[in-house]
Design a binder for this molecule. Structure first.
Ligand code: NAP
Length: 477
């Protein structure tokens, strides 16, 4: 067992007030890896005190001084990449190579934010009277709460911490119960590189209690959440009393369209990268494959070959490309989606069941053909390595099928026709469009969803909007 890490509250490493802990389990073998503090309302209140006391000092620092420890944290994560990646694979299950990649990706948000800190500017707007000037100021929102999911245990934290701290906000982070170790390890590095006391607080434990304590305190001015649409709705209701601002990065249900004029090799590589990364437990991963009727047979035949070549197993095993799902409930959900599809007439071309004799909770990469809109896998986020396929005949039909969902996070399409490329990109109702590109996420892009995939954008200069208040001064000379 790894030693029990402690909360980071107001610059101190602290256990839960009542000493309670909860286990962190390796999804590959079901073994307990560590215990972490079981925090609740008391820890949330202590973290709010710390973050509120630290806020004026942090806000008033020159931007380049706020940038320095952020950059140092990014560098520390890169230096510690191997250890952090190993810890992530232990608690989350993803293949080690992917975990290494996530540490670099996570560090890139801190690095980018450190640079952006210097460019958070106001504006002077010409007034309608010669005697007046309109001066626009951008100021930090204040104390923020970040609630993060388990699928990207490091990147979903730094995507919030980076811009929040760059803007001069202070933050409390509540990671998912399945992956608290990566969060607390980042907190430990933050202490080592000198992020000042109270500026970054990390508490693990009872999510509803921690969230309720933060929503009840009007000093918490913003809540930023990445997770499921259902929990997002709960948070919207809780924010009503104190009208705290919300950024919501919620579920997705990405269509992946392959037009008849696509570069087929590129489209195949794209589907594989988008669908099977993190065993399909990615909010932007391809959830529905739409292939033009004229190429569906040869395309799915080649896709099936690629899928059979994937290696399923524990994330620490060399060569594994598809790791276990996060917990038993996740495997049961994937199984139920496959069973429902088969019952309604889908045909299993590859996979279709749990993997036998490998790590626990592994599900075989699964290709489902002849899928129809009423199947659960075609209308809900599966969050597993299952790819349902259907055909279309016209561009209009493909776009209508793609948009036929309450979600609007990511969509992909492959074509070599430049006019079609622009036309389709404009008509897809999704916040992130991968046009001949299956890996669109990057620190400088404005990531986020439409419809029930959320509110607001994270990443790039757009993230600054989430953590700043805009104030204008009408100035009579
Ligand atoms: P989840 O169940 O919504 O949990 C996310 C976070 O919310 C966890 O920290 C969880 O804490 C917390 N939480 C749960 N109930 C809460 C409550 N009543 N009040 C306050 N916080 C609460 O989602 P998940 O299963 O971890 O993540 C998968 C979902 O996240 C998928 O739908 C995926 O698409 C979405 N996601 C979206 C993006 C994006 O950028 N749009 C990125 C990644 C993932 P506990 O773990 O302690 O319960």
């Amino acid at each position: 067992m790894l030693p029990t890490p402690l909360h980071l509250i107001d610059g101190r490493r602290t256990p839960a007030a009542d000493g309670r802990t909860f286990p962190v389990v390796n999804p590959a073998d079901g073994q307990t890896i560590s215990e972490v503090p079981l925090g609740g309302a008391a820890e949330a209140r202590a973290a709010i005190e710390g973050a509120a006391s630290a806020f004026p000092g942090w806000r008033d620092l020159p931007a380049h001084e706020r940038a320095r420890p952020l950059r140092a944290l990014a560098e520390a994560m890169v230096r510690d990449q191997q250890r952090l990646a190993h810890l992530m694979t232990l608690e989350q299950g993803k293949p080690l190579a992917e975990a290494r990649g996530e540490i670099l990706y996570a560090a890139s948000f801190l690095e980018w934010s450190a640079e952006e800190a210097r460019r958070i500017c106001g504006q002077v707007i010409p007034a309608s009277s010669v005697e007046k000037r309109i001066v626009v100021l951008r100021q930090p929102v204040g104390v923020c709460l970040a609630i993060t999911p388990w699928n990207f245990p490091a990147a979903m934290i730094t995507r919030k911490v980076g811009p929040a701290l760059a803007c001069g906000c202070t933050m409390i982070v509540k990671p998912a119960e399945q992956t608290p170790l990566s969060a607390l390890a980042i907190g430990e590095l933050a202490m080592q590189v000198g992020i000042p006391q109270g500026v970054l607080n990390i508490i693990t434990g009872d999510a509803p209690q921690i969230a309720a304590a933060c929503f009840a305190d009007p000093r918490v001015r913003k809540v930023t959440f990445t997770g499921s649409t259902d929990v997002g709705r709960v948070l919207v209701r809780q924010a009503a009393d104190n009208l705290q601002r919300l950024t919501l990065e919620l579920g997705g249900h990405a269509p992946f369209i392959v037009f008849e004029d696509a570069d087929i090799d590129a489209a195949l590589a794209g589907v594989m990268a988008s669908k099977f990364r993190n065993s399909g437990q990615t909010c932007i991963c391809a959830n529905r494959l739409l292939v033009h009727r004229s190429i569906i047979e040869p395309f799915t035949a080649r896709l099936a070959e690629h899928m059979r070549a994937l290696k399923v197993g524990a994330g620490l095993e060399p060569g594994v490309t598809v790791g276990p799902l996060i917990d038993d409930a996740a495997v049961e959900k994937v199984e139920s989606h496959v069973a429902d599809a088969v019952e309604r007439g889908a045909v299993v071309r590859v996979g279709g069941s749990r993997a036998m004799g490998t790590a626990m909770r592994c599900f075989l990469p699964t290709l489902l053909e002849r899928c129809t809109p009423e199947m659960r896998c075609w209308c809900e986020e599966t969050f597993g390595p299952v790819l349902p396929v259907a055909s279309f005949e016209t561009e209009d039909q493909a776009v209508a099928m793609a948009n036929d969902t309450p979600y609007g996070l990511a969509a992909y399409f492959y074509t070599r026709d430049a006019s079609r490329l622009m036309r389709v990109a404009e008509r897809l109702e999704f916040g992130v469009i991968g046009a001949n590109d299956a890996l669109p996420s990057t620190a400088q892009a404005p990531f986020g969803g439409m419809k029930q995939s959320g509110w607001g954008r994270e990443g790039g200069a757009f993230a600054i909007d989430a953590y700043t208040e805009i104030k204008y001064m009408s100035w009579r000379l």
